[in-house]
Design a binder for this molecule. Structure first.
Ligand code: NAI
Length: 708
């Protein structure tokens, strides 16, 4: 196997180990690379001439991007003892860096995360490049794990327990400046000066011998009073529980290991780390989160593979309402000049203001950053006439949801834009082919369907009409990538992917109300399952009028199984449109506009009530999830998306389907097709929407899974 680590010398006495994985964009710590490292450390240990070691990367912008996750996946079913050994092996190997008879320095330029960060933290010193690509972090909790190669042992000893708890349980990386501030790195220099700085540091350390004193200090338990430890434990655990809502065990486990290990020597703390790691490795949440990692990775690779002939230099947005504003602000945030138009002058004026506010939103300020607003303003041009979009490479229409209005807009645009420009609609329900039917050049037309709120939702559905060209699709992918969204390719069909799957889930929630379940009880089951909000609350957020409209499209397309509840229509007619109207299923007449139960809803429910049944939480969960799952099997049959992975990524990124479940179909695989069929049998009396699909029956019969 070709080598990743090369040893060379600087000025005779300083050894360097440079990682440069052949044929890969990033260095990954595979078992092969660890073997290589072991061999180098064996040789270095006995080399009397060496006075210092520098570990660096031959890949600018990436130090080490972590461990080889495919090897992790291959070991998911390994015995507990093997997992402990796997962890121990990496930890003891890295610990040998502390035992070398000379100082060791990691020279870090770019990404240094996961196992890479553990290797770096096991060195005596770290110097980081001041490049914006430098990131140091332990993202393992995002995979349902924590650093298991000594990261929980050395990090608190080097940066202090408070910092280590924040970094390891939060999983967020720090940049070069933050790394220096917290003592993770000794200094930050330009990438070109990194090696010189490391050489200089080795000379200094050899003179002062301070690394030896640190080694002695790190070899002891961390000194912290019981009270302080207790306080840290309680506050950090409280924060973690609030963030994870009990769904993600890794951060709390990491906290326990960090606190438990702090009073032990490194060897014992390391053993604790390995033992606890074995509890998480291969757990359902670990498997699900690994799946999400691979889904995202696949999406990035697919997106990168599209080669577009058109470069997006400027974008037109038609309609300055909720969605038009979100889309325009996503553009200017990524420095894409944007022309925006609206049929109503006042809407355009309000829209411009809001686009700038959204684009310059600063999380720390919890509002717009004025300097940023001023900087971005020149990128946004209000257009009173669509004529002003003639130079745009892409025009996205986000006007009202009416086919006639949209058709007029596109006929007009065809006359104006250049022959290479791509035209896109953000429609949520109208089939792409219907809108394309009146166009002279339907091949350059497609759907780019954003999700609300655009700033927060990473998904865009790129919807291919029958006549859409590959070029237009490639341009849409390139555009999505430019504005940092995750695009998935979807074939046109009612509700496309996400709304088609969301609707059965939401309609069923309303059915449950008519069977006597309280709105809060329905929502509680959904949020306990891990959904970011319950379906009833989601109605209020989306707007009952909008949901009712989308529902009609679905009923028209699938009258045999889609429910159109008269309850929603009654509420719309009564002006109970949801949060925007101050009331819908809940009311929002309080200072913080929080959803509160509303007795005024009862007469509306009573009018259509089908009885009062005492439903258990499990039944409510089945009722919500199974219709969505069945619809997903139909989506696969109709090849609306390529495969199960698109369904799962779409739902995770589009509606916040809980990542710790791995995705709807991944979750279904963990339940098993046979078990799902059994559950469905219980609900047959409710009508065709619970009828098992052939795909599901086949999976059950053959004992197969959605993920092959
Ligand atoms: P909105 O009602 O907030 O904004 C629509 C804007 O289009 C209004 O300002 C209106 O004055 C303007 N408009 C109407 N006719 C026009 C014309 N001929 N030329 C230029 N402007 C015109 O609507 P919203 O929510 O922004 O929706 C826009 C589109 O995005 C719809 O097709 C909708 O289905 C779709 N969509 C909406 C989502 C949502 O959650 N609101 C999510 C995804 C898609």
């Amino acid at each position: 196997m070709p080598e990743t680590i090369t040893r060379s010398n600087i000025s005779g006495q300083i050894a360097t180990l440079t990682l440069d994985m052949p044929d890969k964009g990033a260095n990954i710590l595979s078992s092969h690379v660890l073997n290589e490292l072991e061999e180098h450390l064996d040789n270095l240990k006995n080399d009397r001439d060496v006075k210092g070691l520098i570990i660096s990367s031959g890949k600018p912008g990436t130090f080490i991007a972590g461990a080889d996750l495919r090897e992790f996946v291959a070991s998911l079913d390994a015995d507990r003892a093997d997992i402990v050994d796997l962890c121990r092996r990496g930890r003891l190997l890295f610990a040998r860096l502390h035992e070398l008879p000379f100082v060791t320095v990691a020279a870090i330029d770019g990404i240094c995360v996961g196992g890479g960060a553990e290797l770096a933290i096991a060195c005596d010193r770290r110097i980081v490049s001041d490049s914006s690509s430098t990131q140091f972090g332990f993202p393992e909790v995002k995979l349902g794990l924590f650093p298991g190669w000594g990261g929980t042992v050395w990090t608190p000893r080097i940066v202090g327990l408070y910092n280590a708890v924040e970094m390891i349980t939060g999983g967020e990386s720090v940049d070069a400046g933050q790394a220096v501030t917290m003592g993770l790195a000794t200094e930050s220099v330009s990438p070109e000066k990194l090696l010189d700085a490391a050489v200089h540091m080795i000379k200094q350390e050899n003179e002062s011998g301070s690394f030896l004193k640190d080694r002695e200090r790190w070899a002891r338990p961390i000194t912290m009073s019981e009270t302080e430890l207790g306080f840290l434990g309680v506050t950090a655990a409280g924060f973690i529980e609030q963030q994870t809502k009990g769904h993600y065990p890794a951060p709390l486990a990491a906290l326990e290991v960090l606190i438990g290990g702090s009073s032990l020597d490194p060897q014992a703390a390391g053993e604790l780390e390995s033992e606890e790691m074995a509890n998480l490795f291969g757990s359902p949440v670990n498997r699900a989160l690994l799946n999400v990692f691979f889904l995202t990775d696949r999406n990035k690779k697919q997106t990168a593979a599209y080669q577009s002939a058109t470069t997006i230099e400027s974008v037109g947005v038609i309609g300055a309402g909720v969605m038009g504003q979100g889309i325009a602000s996503a553009n200017i945030r990524r420095q894409i000049p944007t022309v925006i138009n609206d049929a109503a002058d006042d809407a355009l004026q309000r829209g411009i203001q809001s686009v700038l506010e959204q684009a310059s939103y600063n999380r720390d300020l919890k509002g717009p950053d004025v300097e940023q607003t001023i900087a971005l303003a020149p990128l946004l041009s209000p257009a009173l006439e669509t004529e002003e979009m003639k130079h745009c490479d892409l025009v996205i229409e986000a006007a009202v949801e009416r086919a006639d209005v949209k058709k007029t807009i596109f006929s007009n645009l065809e006359e104006i834009v250049s022959s290479t420009a791509v035209l896109a609609t953000n429609t949520s329900t109208i089939p792409i082919d219907e809108l394309a039917s009146s166009l002279s050049y339907p091949e350059r037309f497609l759907g780019i369907h954003f999700f609300n709120p655009v700033r927060k939702m990473p998904l865009v559905e790129i919807i291919r009409g029958t006549k859409t060209s590959d070029d237009a699709i490639a341009t849409a992918f390139a555009y999505a990538k430019k504005i940092k969204k995750s695009p998935i390719l979807v074939r046109s069909g009612p509700g496309f992917l996400v709304n088609r799957l969301l609707l059965p889930y939401m309609s069923e929630a309303v059915e449950l109300l008519l069977e006597g379940v309280e709105p809060r009880a329905v929502d509680r089951v959904a949020t306990r399952f891990g959904m970011p909000m319950g379906p009833i609350r989601l109605y209020d957020v989306v707007g009952l009028d909008v949901a009712a409209y989308a529902g009609k499209t679905m009923v028209a397309a699938f009258p045999d199984r889609v429910l159109q509840s008269p309850l929603v229509e009654d509420l719309v007619a009564a002006g109970r449109l949801g949060q925007k109207a101050g009331h819908g299923f809940y009311h929002y007449r309080n200072k913080k506009r929080r959803a509160e139960s509303d007795a005024a809803l009862n007469p509306f429910i009573d009018k259509h009530k089908k009885g009062v049944r005492d439903l258990r939480a499990e039944e409510i969960q089945d009722r919500l999830m199974l219709p969505m799952l069945l619809e997903a099997t139909r989506v696969l049959d109709e090849q609306i998306v390529e495969n199960a992975r698109d369904v799962d990524l779409g739902l995770i990124l589009g509606i916040g389907f809980p990542p710790f479940r791995g995705g709807l179909l991944f979750w279904a695989d963990t339940v098993g097709a046979g078990e799902i069929l059994k559950k469905l049998e219980r609900y047959q009396g409710l009508g065709p929407r619970y009828e098992p699909t052939e795909r599901l029956v086949q999976l059950a019969e053959t004992g197969s899974k959605f993920y092959d």
